[in-house]
Each structure stands twice: as structure tokens, then as C-alpha cells.
Design a protein around this ligand. Structure first.
Ligand SMILES: C[S@@+](CC[C@H](N)C(=O)[O-])C[C@H]1O[C@@H](n2cnc3c(N)ncnc32)[C@H](O)[C@@H]1O
Ligand SMILES: [Zn+2]
Length: 402
């Protein structure tokens, strides 16, 4: 018998292992909990509920699958907080998690809508989708979703399906282990001030490649970046021709930390990729190269717009307060995701300047005619069409030298 506790997230209560009992000396839940549940991921689940609700407005979901379910909280929340009578399959390799998820299904009287099975996610994704493929697969593993990507994509409906992926292996994706990133995601990671965006793009690039291997293309719907994990939502469509066209969205991102210049080089042009236009003549920096990775859009603006409408019209959502702030930031950055974000504190450190308020810098740049936005990736970062030199000039005018 394990020590259980009832938790509530959004509008859903559920049982899991008592975190106070099992992680007394730990700050964060660890993987050796009898059943894994991490309250920090609530924001991830809140947004996931919101985005599934948005997706359901246009596209039917009959059957979804959460192949790494833990206590089942995520699927329970989808069933309980999203409209419709869609069904859900959950898997977990841990028998105690399966027992807990089963108990949670029964407590919610979801026995006719949800089932949980014990076994390896990769195997079950393929075998359990043989009779009916899934409309939505949510991959939320420990660490990297890469090992599950192929089975998840193959288990989706061949014409179209929704795929959500969480990755928590931040050191790999953020440049501490570039070779591991190349091995797992097919692209090199680097250390850079906009490293979380590179992480998202590496994961998106990997989804593009695996979808492509399966004669499909991807449509990025939204991404979420926090300190502990990244998350992407995308539609997988069974279109070879679109997948071919999307080859143009795969590229390298080169970054010179000496002058902070960032360049995107499409994979198809990398034969001519030697010249890098540094920000200043004679910069002398050696650009680091990330990728190949996804250099296309990260959000679907109409989906974000619809999500906003749901958020504004439903007073009962009980989401984390950060959800509406994040959504507002995503809606702001959506038009400029073709330009990697730049962190104002990093620019100021490099040029010995005092960082002004982010909003002040944005307004100044806009007044000079440069399209500029905030980004949900970081409160101190912006996306701007202005060059680094323009930005430095604007900050110098605003703040003066330290
Ligand atoms: C991060 S937890 C899932 C948390 C859950 N999705 C949530 O939102 O609370 C990862 C889960 O995957 C399970 N797991 C690990 N390897 C697995 C495998 N190969 N197949 C199925 N489940 C696996 C673990 O037992 C654990 O419950
Ligand atoms: Zn340079």
C-alpha cells in the first residue's frame, strides 16, 4: 500500500502518491516516487486543456492517448474539463501508476470513456492503435520525448492528428550536451542567450523529420517554454507534398556571442553558408552553429485567438493566473517568430549599459519603425526587426552608459 493524497488541479480532483510523505527532503518530486506527479507541471496541463478545448472547436476527437500517464491527472483533466464524449487510452510501465490511474478513472465514473493499460509506451502506441488510430497523442515523459516520437506519429490518424510533446532534458537541448542533442534530436544544440527558443526549434525539427519519414508534414500550433521544460503542440497531416515544401523551414541558426548577431541559414543553402555578416566590422567572433532545426513558425495565430476567446468567455476555468498572461505574450510574439528573441540584459552586459524596462525599449524601437514584440520565453527578451546595433543605440539613448 502506498500513501495517497487527494490533489486538485483546474476543475479536477484526483489521487496520487502523497508528495509530502515521499519527498520530505526533496524540493521537487523525483522519478523514484511510487506514482509520479509534479505540481510544477500544472501550468503545462492548464494550457494543454485550453489548447485541446480550442482544437475541439474545429476538429473532432474520438479517441486520444496518453502513453506515459503516471497518476492519469492529465487525461482526467482532458475528460473532465473539455467538451464532448471522446474516449481516452492511458499507458504506463509502472504497475502502481496503472492502479492509481484506474482508481482515478473509477472515482470520476469515467469507466465507459477511459482505460489504462500497463506496458511500454512505444509498443502499446503501435498495437493499441491497430483498430482505431488516435486523434490526439500527448507525450509527457521523464526527459526526452524522442524515443516515443515515431510510435506516437504512427499511432495518429493518417490524415490528421494532434500531437503534444513535453521535453524536460534541458541540458541536452540547451547546449550543455550538443552531441546528445544531435543524436536524439538530429540537430546540434549550443549555449546562447536565446537557448530555450533553440530547444523548442530542435524538438520541432525532430518532429518535422519523423513526420516526414512517415510521409507526413507538421503544422506548429503553439509552444511553451519555462525554466524546467518545453512543450510543443502540432498538427500532423498526411501530406507528402507539404512535407517536401517544409524542407525550406529546416535550417541552422548561427550565433556570434562577441557581437550577438544571429543568422538563420536554410539547410538547402548551407553549402554557401561560410560568410557570416558580423554586427561590427572586424568583430573577430567565431559563430556557434545550432541545428539543423525548425526555423519556421512556432504558433498558429488563429488557434491562439480562439484560445483567448475561450479563456475570456469561461469564468469557471480555474486555471493558473499565468495562463492568460502567457497567452497574451504568445499572441504578441506570433508575428515575429521568424526572428529569434534577443535578451536585453545580455545586450546590456555586453555593452556595459543599464537595462531599461522591456516595454520602454519596445516602444522606442516601434517609434523608430522596427516591428518589435515581447516574448513568452523571457520577460527580459524581445523579438525585433531592428539589428543589434540599432538596439544598442536605442538602449544607449534611453539609459546612458553605466
Ligand atoms: C513524467 S511522468 C508522466 C506524468 C503525467 N503525464 C502527468 O501529466 O502527470 C512519466 C511516466 O512515464 C512512465 N514511463 C516511463 N517509461 C515508460 C515506458 N517506456 N512506457 C510507458 N510508461 C513509461 C513512468 O512510470 C511515469 O509515470
Ligand atoms: Zn561577431
Amino acid at each position: 500500500m502506498i500513501v495517497e493524497k487527494e490533489y486538485t488541479e483546474g476543475r479536477t480532483s484526483f489521487l496520487s502518491a502523497d508528495l509530502d510523505h515521499y519527498s520530505v527532503s526533496q524540493k521537487q518530486p523525483t522519478t523514484d516516487l511510487p506514482v509520479f506527479y509534479n505540481p510544477i507541471m500544472r501550468l503545462n496541463r492548464d494550457l494543454s486543456v485550453l489548447f485541446l478545448r480550442t482544437y475541439l472547436q474545429d476538429r473532432p476527437v474520438e479517441l486520444m492517448c496518453e502513453p506515459l500517464a503516471g497518476s492519469g491527472v492529465r487525461t482526467l483533466r482532458y475528460l473532465n474539463e473539455c467538451p464532448g464524449q471522446f474516449k481516452a487510452l492511458m499507458f504506463d510501465v509502472n504497475p502502481i501508476a496503472v492502479e492509481m490511474a484506474q482508481k482515478n478513472i473509477e472515482r470520476h465514473r469515467f469507466a465507459d470513456r477511459a482505460q489504462v493499460k500497463k506496458g511500454d509506451a512505444k509498443v502499446l502506441l503501435l498495437t493499441e492503435s491497430r483498430n482505431q488510430r488516435f486523434d490526439f497523442v500527448d507525450v509527457d515523459p521523464f526527459g526526452s520525448p524522442a524515443p516515443y516520437l515515431n510510435a506516437a506519429i504512427q499511432s495518429l490518424k493518417p490524415r490528421e492528428g494532434l500531437l503534444a510533446l513535453t521535453a524536460t532534458d534541458m541540458p541536452v537541448l540547451c547546449g550543455v550536451y550538443p552531441n546528445v542533442a544531435l543524436r536524439k534530436y538530429g540537430g546540434l544544440s549550443i549555449r546562447a542567450p536565446f537557448v530555450h527558443e533553440l530547444a523548442v526549434r530542435l524538438l520541432m525539427g525532430s518532429a518535422y523529420s519523423v513526420a516526414g519519414m512517415n510521409d507526413s508534414s507538421i503544422v506548429p500550433l503553439a509552444v511553451l517554454s519555462t525554466n524546467h521544460y518545453i512543450r510543443v503542440w502540432l498538427r500532423v497531416e498526411g501530406s507528402r507534398s507539404e512535407g517536401n515544401l517544409q524542407a525550406d523551414r529546416m535550417g541552422l541558426i548561427r550565433y556570434c556571442k562577441t557581437c550577438m548577431r544571429v543568422e538563420i541559414v536554410p539547410v538547402k543553402k548551407w553549402a554557401q553558408a561560410a560568410g557570416f555578416s558580423h554586427e561590427t566590422d572586424g568583430c573577430g567572433g567565431k559563430p556557434a552553429v545550432a541545428g539543423p532545426l525548425w526555423t519556421g513558425n512556432l504558433f498558429d495565430s488563429s488557434m491562439l485567438h480562439e484560445a483567448q476567446k475561450i479563456l475570456s468567455s469561461d469564468d469557471d476555468l480555474a486555471f493558473d493566473k499565468r495562463v492568460s498572461k502567457l497567452l497574451a505574450l504568445m499572441r504578441e510574439e506570433v508575428r515575429l517568430t521568424g526572428i529569434p528573441y534577443i535578451d536585453l540584459h545580455e545586450v546590456c552586459d555586453l555593452h556595459n549599459l543599464t537595462p531599461p524596462k522591456t516595454d520602454t525599449v519596445i516602444q522606442t524601437l516601434k517609434e523608430c519603425g522596427h516591428a518589435t514584440s515581447r516574448t513568452h520565453f523571457r520577460p527580459t527578451a524581445i523579438r525585433t526587426e531592428a539589428s543589434v546595433s540599432d538596439l544598442v543605440r536605442a538602449i544607449t539613448d534611453l539609459a546612458g552608459v553605466k
